[in-house]
Write a protein that binds this ligand. Structure first.
Ligand SMILES: NC(=O)c1ccc[n+]([C@@H]2O[C@H](COP(=O)([O-])OP(=O)(O)OC[C@H]3O[C@@H](n4cnc5c(N)ncnc54)[C@H](O)[C@@H]3O)[C@@H](O)[C@H]2O)c1
Length: 431
């Protein structure tokens, strides 16, 4: 079993560290945030991710998982060094590599001889070379090993991935990294670093394109009178198309798709190729936010226009507490700009944590602890995230406590006949 340092204990780093320790490796996770490290040392997982607290607890108890402040502290005795730091979007759309370069600088002097540095952060083509240059260590190999996990199912995605991609020109280093995954039964693809980096961006941009396509089809369905749920069901039976990522919604978002799609367009531009298709994919998404916000504002009848709207769902998808680039927030920014007041409930966003106010100080939203508190006296009810619990709403109670009678279901989560039977005006997407 190997000794592994994980640099950055966010959604990707913490999942990677906890899963590697579960697979039997000795793992030390480092972060620059001392508060986060202190919580993790006590087994307190600071993010919502199914099954992660159990694995962290298991690792701490077995002694195979530990947490420290500072990358160098983790790296000084490890054989593998996983860089899992943020690569946010720069002003020009490209990926900001400053976190990656800082982390590489921090560890360069302490890396044991012949160790392997692994890029798990999503990085533009050529970044493996950038890291190697910053490290300045001819005895240390740098390997690309992009991560494909989805928040909400990160642990099972890591332990049962569709594939593992390893990019390196150093065959021995590739084999050593592949061996870390020997207990996982999945295809392992070894390629050059530039191809590995491109696989990650191309995969995310393709999924984003699929979502923009299905949202455009939903708009068409509204224009011609088709039901998009039936249309995507009929499409999904075709194995060439597949069922995944065929669900229309308020627009797509999250911490990866928007920045990675923009970064790929930028990579193409820098390489001399005008990837117009991706710009259109991004534009269709902006229009979907606009269209959804208009549905919400139009759902408020004149008699109750002085009332607030009740919003269910703030996170970018169900199963996570991540609010970064959430489509829900994009829609609500537009709705708030029309002067509408907002009360919101999300099972993973606690009013007392104040995360919304910290991340979006200019967006005035009252976060409450219950869907019915949000709905009391509301002009309209709006579902923006597909949490399963929203399918079990008590529509009799909602009809009693709400002032208005509209429901905007931006995730097509509900069976429309149920709210309609209680006298609600049901407004979905493409149906
Ligand atoms: N979140 C996802 O679903 C996902 C999926 C696949 C790939 N990725 C990619 O993985 C990378 C990390 O994403 P994330 O969502 O885990 O980010 P995150 O913001 O949740 O976590 C990053 C962590 O790195 C820490 N950090 C920053 N600089 C550091 C340093 N020098 N030393 C130690 N720790 C440091 C931060 O404090 C933070 O805790 C990004 O490139 C992202 O695009 C993310």
């Amino acid at each position: 079993m190997a000794s592994i340092a994980i640099i950055g204990t966010g959604y990707v780093g913490l999942t990677t560290g906890a899963c590697f320790s579960h697979l039997g490796h000795d793992v030390i996770c480092a972060d620059i945030d001392p508060e986060k490290v202190a919580r993790l040392q006590n087994g307190d997982v600071p993010i919502v991710e199914k099954g992660l607290d159990r694995l962290v607890d298991e690792g701490l108890r077995s002694g195979k998982l530990s947490f420290v402040v500072g990358a160098a502290e983790a790296s000084k005795h490890a054989e593998f060094h996983y860089l899992c730091v943020p690569t946010p979007q720069s002003d020009d759309g490209s990926a900001d590599l400053s976190y990656l370069q800082t982390a590489a600088k921090e560890i360069s002097a302490v890396l044991p001889e012949n160790s392997v540095v692994v890029n798990k952060s999503t990085v533009p083509v050529g970044s493996t070379r950038v890291v190697a240059r910053v490290l300045g260590r001819s005895d240390v190999a740098v390997v690309s090993n992009p991560e494909f996990l989805r928040e909400g199912t990160a642990v099972s995605d890591f332990l049962q991935p569709d594939r593992i991609v390893i990019g390196s020109r150093d065959q021995e280093a590739s084999i050593r990294v592949a061996a870390l995954y020997s207990r996982i039964a999945t295809p392992i693809m070894v390629t050059d670093p530039v191809s590995a980096e491109t696989i990650k961006y191309a995969s995310n941009a393709f999924l984003a394109s699929k979502l923009s396509f299905v949202n455009a089809i939903a708009t068409l369905c509204e224009a011609v009178g088709a039901d998009v749920n039936d249309v995507v069901l009929g499409m999904g039976y075709d194995s060439r198309i597949g069922r995944e990522f065929l669900r229309p919604g308020p627009g797509w978002g999250g911490s990866c798709f928007p920045k990675d799609t923009k970064a790929l367009a930028r990579i193409a531009q820098d390489a001399g190729y005008d990837f117009r298709f991706l710009n259109e994919v991004l534009q269709v998404n902006e229009e979907q936010f606009d269209r959804t916000a208009k549905k919400v504002v139009d759902s408020i009848s004149d008699e109750v226009s002085h009332k607030h709207i009740a919003v269910l769902g703030l996170t970018f998808k169900a199963g996570t507490d991540d609010l970064r680039d959430s489509p829900s927030i994009e829609v609500l920014k537009r709705v708030a700009a029309s002067g509408v007041r907002i009360k919101a409930y999300d099972p993973a966003v606690l009013a007392e944590d104040n995360n919304m106010a910290t991340m979006y100080p200019d967006l005035e939203i009252e976060v409450v602890s219950d869907p019915y508190i949000a709905s009391e006296g509301a002009a309209s009810l709006v579902i923006l995230t597909e949490w399963d619990e929203f399918t079990w709403l008590d529509f009799d109670k909602l009809a009693e406590i709400m002032e208005g009678s509209s429901i905007v279901d931006a995730r097509n989560l509900l069976d429309p006949t149920i709210p309609r039977r209680r006298g609600f005006d049901y407004i979905g997407i493409g149906r």
